[in-house]
Design a binder for this molecule. Structure first.
Ligand SMILES: C[S@@+](CC[C@H](N)C(=O)[O-])C[C@H]1O[C@@H](n2cnc3c(N)ncnc32)[C@H](O)[C@@H]1O
Length: 430
């Protein structure tokens, strides 16, 4: 693998590759790292490579001509070559991308500085744009080091025989298990007995399970792509039983005050499907309680009768898993009463989150709400509306209004059952 790094600070690279496995790999000729000074392609007497941005704004921008010439000069003919622009706006570097990059003979890496590079260079000369994370570095040199190091680990002959890049974290989308070395006891802490047992089969099984547990606890979203055996999945299921949802999340379905199609405040009737489907979604995602809010006594007792059928009556034997979901359902007269009950359970009044399909200002996104919920101890109550949506008087009193659910189109007329399931998945998915 040959790397050609385009930079205005070639001296930057004097030391990063002067130690460890990369130095040895260069010495053995397994990889080759060249740096090119973009300034040497400048044509004016000041050797300038940057200029002020058109349209104003802070900072300077890489001029297209010197950089374009530098790229063309660095790119080798007759080999599989890829021009990479380091930029915070690119694809975030992952193990999968790193492995894709090993498929080339030459990587030409452009290190940006200032405000970045002229857009026309990107359009004309760049094959792939890569970011090393959602933060801003002062220069692409740091990103180039990360790319060269990560890619080289997969180049045959770079790592010694005793190490394999395929054992590390992110391979098969799992984090690596915990590691120990001598001494057997350190400051009162020992080493897991299994690692000292000499039973290789059991040790491998332990490592696999530790790796699954670590991934589940630290980066659960990776598990979606991990290749898990039946045994792995059963183990993951056991882990989930032992871990309760860290959020104290409750949901409510409001039947009054809600709007009808003409935006008049009305009271809607209970819908059997809503009760069943939302409680099943709530049970799946670890919601602590599902409050049905209805001001009419006859409606409340009707639902209570339906619930008794599934929880205690013939329905329980007919469908044993259904009662588990319906156990979460509570029926109250008002939203305030539901909040009082949650306060009695949690010792704290819940923060309320209204949901609405319409366009409005100051809405909260799913990732942001998740972050807020993680940052404190408060219980949260997500409020869903029936009819044509929750009345403004409820929305305006909520602590948060969640952004409407949207897919890839502008259509978002979902049933409350679908919206509830999607919102729970966005907030509580594994
Ligand atoms: C100060 S940054 C320019 C940021 C640019 N104005 C923007 O907002 O997208 C200067 C250079 O550092 C490099 N850089 C900064 N952050 C990076 C990141 N997260 N990943 C990869 N390269 C980055 C790029 O080469 C970039 O051109």
């Amino acid at each position: 693998m040959r790397y050609d790094i385009l930079t205005i600070f070639p001296e930057f690279f004097d030391s990063p590759f002067e130690g460890g496995i990369l130095k040895k790999a260069v010495e053995r000729g397994v990889i080759e790292i060249n740096t090119h000074d973009i300034r040497s392609y400048a044509t004016d007497k000041h050797r300038s490579v940057d200029d002020k941005p058109y349209g104003g704004g802070s900072g300077m921008v890489f001029k297209p001509e010197p950089l374009g010439k530098a790229i063309q000069a660095a790119k080798l003919g007759g080999v599989k070559s890829l021009v990479i622009l380091t930029t915070p706006q690119g694809e975030v570097l992952t193990d999968k991308i790193v492995r894709e990059l090993t498929g080339y003979d030459q990587l030409v890496i452009i290190c940006g500085r200032y405000e970045g590079v002229d857009e026309r260079v990107r359009k004309l000369h760049v094959d792939r744009e890569i970011s090393v994370g959602d933060y801003i570095l002062s220069g692409g040199e740091y990103a180039a080091c990360a790319i060269v190091d990560a890619v080289s680990r997969y180049v045959p002959g770079v790592l010694g025989n005793e190490t394999s890049p395929y054992d590390d974290s992110f391979n098969n989308y799992l984090l690596e298990h915990q590691q120990y070395t001598r001494p057997e006891e350190y400051e009162g802490l020992g080493v897991p007995g299994i690692l000292l047992s000499g039973n290789h089969g059991e040790i491998e099984r332990w490592k696999r399970r530790e790796s699954i547990e670590r991934t589940y606890l630290r980066r659960p979203e990776l598990l979606d792509r991990a290749d898990l055996s039946v045994d792995d999945s059963i183990y993951l299921g056991e882990l989930k039983k032992g871990h309760t949802n860290k959020f104290k999340l409750y949901i409510a379905l409001v039947h009054y005050p809600v709007y009808n199609k003409d935006f008049k405040v009305i009271t809607t009737a209970f819908t059997n499907l809503d009760v069943h489907d939302i409680s099943r979604a709530a049970r799946t995602y670890g919601v602590k309680g599902f409050y049905l809010i209805h001001p009419i006594e006859e409606q409340r007792s009707l639902v209570a009768r339906v619930l008794r059928h599934w929880k205690e009556g013939p329905g329980r034997a007919h469908n044993p898993s259904r009662h588990e979901a319906l156990e979460l359902v509570r029926i109250t007269n008002t939203l305030d009463e539901a909040m009082d009950r949650i306060e009695a359970i949690e010792g704290m009044r819940p923060k309320t989150v209204a949901t609405d399909a319409g366009i409005r200002a100051n809405t909260t996104g799913y990732a942001e709400l998740k972050e807020t919920m993680s940052s404190g101890d408060a219980p949260y109550l997500i409020i869903f509306g029936t009819g044509s949506g929750i009345a403004e008087e409820v929305i305006s009193q909520s602590d948060f209004v969640l952004k409407p659910v949207h897919g890839q189109t502008s259509y978002n007329h979902l049933s409350v059952r679908s919206a509830a399931a999607i919102i729970l998945d966005r907030l509580l998915r594994q």
